[in-house]
Design a protein around this ligand. Sequence first.
Ligand code: ZN
Length: 292
Amino acid sequence: MRPALILIALAAGFYFYDIQSQPSPDFTASSPSPKSRPDTKPDPKPDPKPEDINPDTILELMPDTLKKTNPTVDKNYLMGRFDPAQDKRFAKISPPLSVSTMYIRKEALEAYKEMHAAAKKDGITFKMTSATRNFDRQKGIWDAKWNSKKPVDGKMLPPLAQLPGKERALAILRWNAMPGTSRHHWGTDIDMNSVDPSYWAQGKGKKEYDWLLANASKYGFCQTYSTIGANRPTGYQEEKWHWSYMPVASELTRLYGQMIKDEDISGFPGSETAVEIGVVKKYALGINPACK
Ligand SMILES: [Zn+2]
């Protein structure tokens, strides 16, 4: 085949490369039989490996309609530059399962529904407070904190001149991701019940957290931001409310690590600090090792 034909053949293979057909080995080992796991084995035909293909080339080859309605796992998807409402891999979730209507990957929704029902039987009620947030939504959160319009750790950041550049970004990064680096872009990660750490420390919140620790892995969910320490030396503070749906998220984590560089992070105030901080390695990939 001529080089151009080979490239198109590889691109077609990559487009149909389906992360759902390749559940992570860790998940398979630790979780016996969630219904969302496919029953069939991965196609034995040798698929082109995503790392061998330049994702920018794929985008050039894809027709605009396909790009819009069903983008593949490319840099735009990994960095949240798409509309989940236009992506067939996503479904709506609405009250009472969530606090408002939002979007989530279909596989994660099915698993969440099962977990929600099982918890209900034990007298525990979960409500999703956040699921998919694309780049623009995350930029809204980031910009408000950067511009001292929303509090960071309970109070507004001082004026830019007093707290510039890297230090300003690091203050926000205690709890919030830079646009382009949030796992909420993927539709695999969810927040539940409360984003206030004190909620989870006692009473109702502690009972809910203990239930998640004992049961969430049966449905494929893992606490992404565990305590900072030897196991997780860098990244956001511990978040007992944020859980990743592993059968899809673990593959996306791997692809993110391969395809996204600090230099790709741009388009918002403070993005110039991404390289200096090393946001991809320290934050996007600074997760609970059990969730990889
Ligand atoms: Zn979250």
